[in-house]
Design a protein around this ligand. Sequence first.
Ligand SMILES: Nc1ncnc2c1ncn2[C@@H]1O[C@H](COP(=O)(O)OP(=O)(O)OP(=O)(O)O)[C@@H](O)[C@H]1O
Ligand SMILES: [Mg+2]
Length: 385
Amino acid sequence: MTARSRSAASGRAGGIAARLIIAMALVIIAGGITALLIAALVGPVFFHHHLIEVENSPGTTFEHAEAAFISASTLTLAIALGASALTSLAVSLILARRIGASLGTMSTAAAQVAAGRFQARVARPRVGAEFDELADAFNDMATRLDRDEDLRRRLMADVAHELRTPVTTISATVDALEDGVQQLDPQTVEVLRTQASRLTRLAADLAAVTRAETGALHLDRQPMTPQEVLEVAAESARDRYTAAGVELVVEASTHLPEVWVDADRFGQVLANLLDNALRHTPTGGRVGLGASRHGDGVRLVVADTGEGIDGVHLPHVFERFYRVDTARDRDHGGSGIGLSITRALVHAHGGTITAHSAGVGTGTRFVIDLPAAATVADLPTADLQ
Ligand SMILES: Nc1ncnc2c1ncn2[C@@H]1O[C@H](COP(=O)(O)OP(=O)(O)OP(=O)(O)O)[C@@H](O)[C@H]1O
Ligand SMILES: [Mg+2]
């Protein structure tokens, strides 16, 4: 909660300040009503009684009237003060018990979260808007921690799983070499090299996705035309496309606004998409790189005529380690991190990326929406990195 919303909460109806003011007003009203009642009902009787006594006792009328007034007003004040004190005691006790109970619940839940039990939640205590907001903030924090912990666990399991195959292959090969079952021929060296480079790539990919997702990535941005961005990416992939017999075309509309990108990092975004498209498009297929205006920004599209993605898998392809066909995609050397890195990099550029496919055999389209350079150039540098 921001300082502004905090001060708004304390001023608003239902806030703790408003409740305290109401409690104090209750005390004053109770005291006032009691004083009025006593003054109206008991005071005159008392006063009257004193005046009757004037007849039967010595002393002047003036002295008796004065004594009657003093005792009547003292009695009225004493009873009114007693009533105020009782009301104030009751109100303070009720408030203190409710606040104490809600703080107690909150601290128990906080202790549970501190002990790693992130499922702990608290109910809104309803003793003031600030307490309800504190409970909501606590629940949000616990939900987030719970989700992060779940992600961390899954990530550890996935990393362990990814490491197992190459590590097992390397150690089995080394054992076989040691026992003399296998010779250190070029084929064995190739097996060792492939598995070692798979480990190296996994480490580099994990570092890249972590850097991009935690925002620890420094972007060296410059204004570029969308056409230029696409041409550079297409040129780097051209040879591999030619070798695989897949056509690669760039179709960018003219007069598009410039985009504000880090050429290397954004090159990596398109390289990942082009790499996937090539891997999933058979010889004779076609991959198109397009750019068009989209609202105030620019839309970049990488569309292939390849195998497409089933609707069941589409929502998951940006998740770390997600592969549609685990065995086959792994055989290609992929670890399923490419699209997570891609999405994190696009987000770091202030853009969004989505995947579309009408199903298996219908090709796949990746759509990136980026803000135009003119709309982001005014932002402070910290927001751009
Ligand atoms: N153009 C595409 N056509 C069909 N399927 C695709 C396409 N792009 C991605 N996929 C599917 O989405 C999955 C996730 O892609 P991602 O790039 O994250 O991983 P990868 O290519 O398998 O491995 P890596 O990129 O880490 O080498 C892929 O395994 C593949 O099954
Ligand atoms: Mg990939």
